[in-house]
Ligand binder design. Structure first.
Ligand SMILES: *Cc1c(COP(=O)(O)O)cnc(C)c1O
Length: 821
């Protein structure tokens, strides 16, 4: 395109001193936004400031892309239906090291950085842990210099906004794009056509001997990407988050329009746009809706076409794809990518089936996030076949090879064949996405050591027998930039003053702090920081909910999606028991506690929504009872999201990680709390086990059944009723709740919820209650001993550096992707 004999003007990189930044901000305000500084509104200042910051990102972005291109290096493609990135402005300023300069620049213009940055909406393109992991990984890939693209969907409506009306969750649409999104760049030139439905014909006229077919889709839409730069620590590398939106091929059907059918004329347009409209708000149960499968295929196909195009453009030969591209499937949501790559290789690029299968398996790897049987994605065969007829054929062909190999080479019996098959033949026939992802990948990883072992023993037992080298573990991590440096600058300063700056680049250097746990002067400072963060949270609770809490009380926090396996119910039942005991024995030495809950429930998850109501009902009663004033306060904090997490994590004294053992794959909230110096009360589940191994058994409160004991209890005629009868505190608390003490206006509201504990107690609330209750009372005693509590809190911060997502990404890069030395 460009005439290379022409001398281009050379651009100098943007200056980031305060004066240059102030000039850039005014320049953007005036010439891009079209506002006079004296007339600019706060959102205009936000947009202009982001644009100025973005300019200095772009120089580095282009440099990163050029470097990868020149080195002919391998790229990582992280495919995820969710990226829960939150706000980007602070992240970017902090990683570029320009936060203070931007602050000064804005001061010169009479604008307060903190007020402006609060206006940035959260990009809530995810539900919870899985989406937040993808966001932490994007930042860490840029930090450890892995050339990477994240691929996902640019949902117009991300996660719903939660309000609490009369104690019940109410869901409202979140309009994060209402003021535009100054971080993104539309890239129309990189658009692709995506087909659905239709029929498959032989590719050659004679139809013989060739693996290729010709798919004639009935419907087509265009996928157009928006790119957002992701800046790594110290700005060394900038990677790309590429999110797809859907646009109709014919925005308006002119025939219909001219015939007077003005609504019908927009049908195609509405149908296309619905693809990128909503994020499904169910955390760990598949929606099972046709639109969801369409979304999965839409973003998988667009991403794969983009990857293949880039590879051919740079390297020419598609057979070298596995040497230049590593594609990571974040859970099974993008698993149809396996069939899509096969289709592109066979039908469009003329590879044989065998060649295509070899390329595919060497390119993909898959991360499993859950073992809950109800959470494993399957699609009814007739739906899959109608929407993706060519992919269905390819899945049959892959399956035939897999099953023949299992029988011939491994001697698998009918049961084992049934278990590994890509098609579930029990009842209504369904396509098993986890088996497809497993079969189509060279690596399948779990997200914590226990979870990985359970994968081998349960869902993938037979596939593991067939491919014993495929399953591996990559324990999750969190980025210390967002979850320590930005959300807790006060603690970061104290740490730098105490152990120097090494931990800023190597989180495991936090271990240098260990001796300071025994230094009374240091502990005082550590406590003072915690006090500041608790004061800040107390202010937020007062402003947003009119709630007054005492910042010197023990802040006991459970924030995460509401789910029965996460056991918010165990926590609130224990709170009722505590309430009862304080009233019965006011003379005892009770320690003041503030119990905080936060989290969204899937709109269709009845029990989860009822648990939110129960927390609010108990809170209402407890908070108005003068008998426990100053000793116990309970609150549900609405609309838990990344920005709220950034305020709550640093303010917590106690982190509640109390899932039924064997059910939480890893957890990452547990890591954020510990990094910020909270003690954990938790079960031996997910990454809690590895956190215990790092911080030491004596610096964490472990209670309850192990995963093995949970399985044994369920298998050996568990009788929760007998357990409840044997525990006076538990029986009283359950009785109070189910008899309507907290819901006098509707006394039977919780009868069925509590009845479930009596009847089957699948989540082991009764089984673990006494041990949980005892651990809580031990924590009261520990809280009374400030020196010891603080020493343990310091040891938590000091010893969880290993849970940095930089460590996790280096392990993926070396062991799965083969992109780092
Ligand atoms: C970290 C995080 C999660 C995951 O929390 P878990 O306790 O691991 O379930 C969910 N939502 C948000 C906003 C987070 O920041």
């Amino acid at each position: 395109m460009q005439n290379t004999t022409v001398a281009l003007p050379t651009l100098t990189p943007r200056e980031t001193d305060p004066d240059s930044l102030a000039r850039d901000i005014v320049e953007h305000l005036t010439h891009r936004i079209g506002k006079n500084p004296s007339a600019a509104k706060p959102h205009d200042w936000l947009a202009a400031t982001i644009a100025a910051i973005r300019d200095s990102v772009i120089d580095r972005w282009i440099a990163s892309t050029t470097k990868t291109y020149e080195q002919g290096g391998k790229r990582v493609y992280y495919l995820s239906l969710e990226f829960l990135i939150g706000r980007l402005m602070r992240d970017t300023m902090s990683n570029l090291g320009i936060m203070e300069n931007v602050r000064t620049a804005l001061e010169k213009l009479g604008v307060d950085l903190d007020l402006v940055s609060e206006l940035e909406p959260d990009a809530a393109l995810g539900n919870g842990g899985l989406g937040r992991l993808a966001a932490c990984f994007m930042e860490s890939m840029a930090t450890v210099d892995v050339p990477a693209y994240g691929y996902g969907i640019r949902y117009v409506n991300g996660m719903f906004r939660q309000e609490v009306h009369d104690g019940w969750q109410v869901e409202l649409p979140e309009t994060w794009l209402a003021h535009g999104n100054p971080w993104e760049f539309e890239r129309r030139e990189a658009s692709y056509e995506i087909g659905f439905g239709g029929l498959v014909e032989p590719a050659r006229a004679d139809g013989s001997g060739d693996d290729a077919r010709s798919w004639r889709p009935q419907e087509r839409v265009i996928a157009t990407p928006y790119d957002t730069p992701v800046v790594g620590w110290r700005g060394e590398r900038v990677n790309t988050l590429r999110l797809w939106t859907a646009v109709p091929i014919d925005p308006i059907l002119l025939d219909a329009f001219n015939a007077g059918d003005h609504i019908g004329a927009l049908k195609e347009s509405n149908k296309a746009e619905s693809l990128a409209r909503v994020l499904y708000p169910a955390d760990s149960t598949p929606a099972g809706q046709e639109l969801r499968l369409r979304q999965e295929y839409f973003f998988s196909s667009a991403s794969l076409q983009d990857i293949v195009r880039r590879h051919l453009q740079y390297f020419g030969d598609i057979r070298t794809l596995p040497d230049k591209a590593a594609i990571q499937l974040n859970d099974t949501h993008p698993a149809v990518s396996v069939a899509e790559l096969m289709r592109l290789l066979i039908d469009e690029l003329d590879l044989s089936f065998a060649e295509a299968w070899d390329v595919t398996r060497r390119t993909f790897s898959y991360t499993n996030h859950t073992l809950l049987p109800e959470a494993l994605e399957t699609w009814p065969l007739p739906l899959f076949e109608r929407l993706l007829p060519r992919h269905m054929q390819l899945i049959y062909a892959i399956n035939a090879r897999l099953l023949i190999e299992a029988k011939r080479d491994k001697g698998f019996d009918d049961r084992a064949i049934g278990a590994i098959s890509l098609i579930d033949e029990g009842g209504e026939r369904r396509v098993r996405m986890a088996n497809l992802a497993f079969a189509g990948s060279h690596s399948v990883n779990g997200v914590a050591a226990l979870h990985t072992e359970l994968m081998k023993e349960t869902v993938f037992a037979d596939l593991h027998r067939m491919f014993p080298d495929r399953i591996n573990n990559k324990t999750n991590g969190v980025t210390p930039r967002r979850w320590l440096m930005q959300c807790n600058p006060e603690l970061t300063s104290l740490l730098r003053e105490t152990i120097g700056d090494r931990f800023l680049d190597d989180t495991e250097a936090l271990a240098d702090l260990v001796p300071f746990a025994d230094d009374a002067a240091f502990r005082e400072k550590f406590r003072a920081v915690k006090q500041v963060k608790k004061g800040r949270l107390a202010d937020v609770l007062k402003d947003r909910m009119g709630l007054r809490v005492d910042p010197s009380a023990l802040f006991d926090v459970q924030i995460k999606r509401i789910h029965e396996y996460k056991r918010q119910l165990l926590n609130i039942v224990e709170a009722v028991a505590l309430y009862d005991q304080i009233r019965s024995h006011p003379e005892r030495d009770w320690q003041p506690r503030v119990k905080l809950f936060g989290g969204k429930a899937a709109p269709s998850y009845h029990n989860a929504k009822l648990i939110i109501k129960l927390i609010n009902d108990v809170a209402r009663t407890v908070n108005h009872d003068p008998a426990v004033q100053g000793l116990l306060k309970i609150a549900f904090v609405p609309n838990y999201n990344v920005s709220m997490a950034e305020i709550m994590m640093p303010a917590a004294d106690l982190s509640e990680q109390i899932s039924t053992a064997g059910m939480e794959a890893s957890g990452t909230g547990n890591m954020k709390f510990a990094l910020n110096g909270a003690l954990t009360i938790g079960t031996l589940d997910g990454a809690n086990i590895e956190i215990m191994e790092h911080v030491g058994r004596e610096n964490i409160r472990i209670f309850g059944l192990t995963a093995q004991e949970v399985a044994d209890t369920r298998n050996n005629g568990y009788n929760p009723r007998a357990v409840i009868e044997g525990s006076r505190e538990l029986a009283q608390a359950l009785n109070a709740i189910s008899s309507g003490v907290f819901s006098p206006e509707d006394p039977t509201r919780y009868r069925d919820l509590i009845g479930g504990i009596y009847d089957h107690d699948w989540f082991m609330v009764a089984a673990d209650f006494d041990s949980y209750h005892a651990a809580q009372r031990e924590l009261d005693t520990l809280w009374a001993n400030k020196a010891e509590w603080d020493a343990q809190a310091v040891r938590n911060t000091a010893r969880v550096g290993w849970f940095s997502s930089d460590r996790t990404i280096r392990q993926y890069a070396r062991e799965i992707w083969k992109v780092l030395p």
